[in-house]
Design a protein around this ligand. Structure first.
Ligand code: PHE
Length: 340
């Protein structure tokens, strides 16, 4: 008899501790101690117990009831506390708050300007090509007619890598790659990342982007260069801008020049954007040097060409009125969100 009571108590204690809510606990309580509960029924069955065993039996059953109801009370206190705190948590949830919408991404300002530039040049019949950022001395220097004593050869200017490789210093490195791969005519636009050992400030970074253009065919002249660049400037910065090319030297062009357009903001008198000069310089240009054509096996007597290279960061800064190049690389969401 005693063993039977012990087993029942053990079973009930197990059910009590397994109860996950006050409702489940109340159910266990009813089954144990209710009018038809198992312990209640045991006590009622006392009449069937032999008289001499009754006192001991009654004592055991009462002990069991006390043990079970104590366990129920303890468990109830814990469950009630948990339920109260869950309810409080629920009340804290302010269902009138607006939902947390997803923030869609947007193209980076430089990607936007590049897309726009590519559209303009595709409209003029150009093909977009890219080259590797890790280059050989041949494509970055020698094929471009850059002599060994040129400053760009200096370790102070170029990131040299092992095995004669380097990080390309200008997108002009694309030129010889394109020409080696195909016969004339060539009409390509080559955007890409470039690297120079420059200290970082508001207008310089060691890692930046250029966009190269190269056209080679029979009868290409300086007028084609001017017409193409002017057409681009007008579509990019407004129909009234004018073009200015001043002589400059780059080993891979002859004649060479620097390219500016009339300030799209002040149109002449001067403002902070054009540093009060009325002109904004974007990069270099020129007629492809015959040595470069010969280096890739083109007939330099038959073919002529022009090339130019512009800084993409600078183009984007002008387009959006951004005055610090570092903003492009800091990934500050407050900056990036302004371009949508
Ligand atoms: N690659 C030159 C630079 O980085 C620009 C340039 C490109 C000049 C093509 C002439 C022709 O400054």
């Amino acid at each position: 008899m005693s063993a039977q009571i012990d087993a029942l108590v053990a079973q009930l204690l197990g059910e009590i501790s397994a109860a996950g809510s006050t409702a489940e606990l109340a159910d266990v309580e009813r089954r144990a101690l209710g009018k038809k509960g198992e312990l209640t029924l045991l006590l009622r069955g006392m009449k069937d117990v032999p008289a001499h065993e009754r006192p001991e039996f009654g004592r055991r059953v009462n002990e069991a009831k006390a043990q079970v109801s104590e366990a129920i009370e303890r468990c109830r206190a814990t469950l009630e506390a948990a339920e109260a705190s869950r309810a409080a948590e629920h009340d804290r949830l302010d269902v009138t708050l607006p939902g947390r919408g997803r923030r869609p991404g947007r193209p980076h300002p430089m990607a936007r300007v590049l897309d726009e530039m590519c559209e303009i040049f595709i409209g003029m019949g150009f093909t977009i090509v890219e080259g590797p950022e890790i280059e050989t001395r041949w494509y970055n220097f020698s094929a471009l007619n850059i002599p060994d004593d040129h400053p760009v050869m200096d370790e102070k200017n170029t990131f040299f890598l092992p095995d004669g490789l380097l990080l390309r210093t200008e997108t002009s490195a694309i030129q010889a790659r394109v020409m080696e791969a195909q016969p004339p005519p060539v009409r390509i636009l080559g955007p890409g990342r470039c690297y120079r050992r420059d200290a970082v400030d508001a207008t310089h970074t060691h890692t930046f982007h250029q966009v190269e253009a190269l056209v080679v065919d029979e009868g290409i002249s300086f007028a084609d260069l001017k017409g193409t660049v002017l057409q681009f400037f007008r579509q990019m910065y407004g129909p009234r801008v004018r073009l200015r090319i001043r002589p400059d030297f780059f080993p891979f062009v002859e004649p060479g020049g620097d390219v500016s357009f009339s300030c799209h903001l002040c149109d002449g008198p001067g403002c902070p954007t054009c540093k009060y000069t009325g002109w904004i310089e974007l990069g270099g240009c020129g007629m492809v040097h015959p040595n470069v054509l010969r280096n890739v096996g083109y007939d330099a007597e038959k073919y002529t060409g022009f090339a130019f290279g512009f800084g993409l960061e600078r183009m984007a800064m002008l387009k959006y009125g951004i005055d610090d190049i570092r903003l492009f690389y800091e990934n500050d969401i407050r900056f990036l969100e302004q371009f949508g």
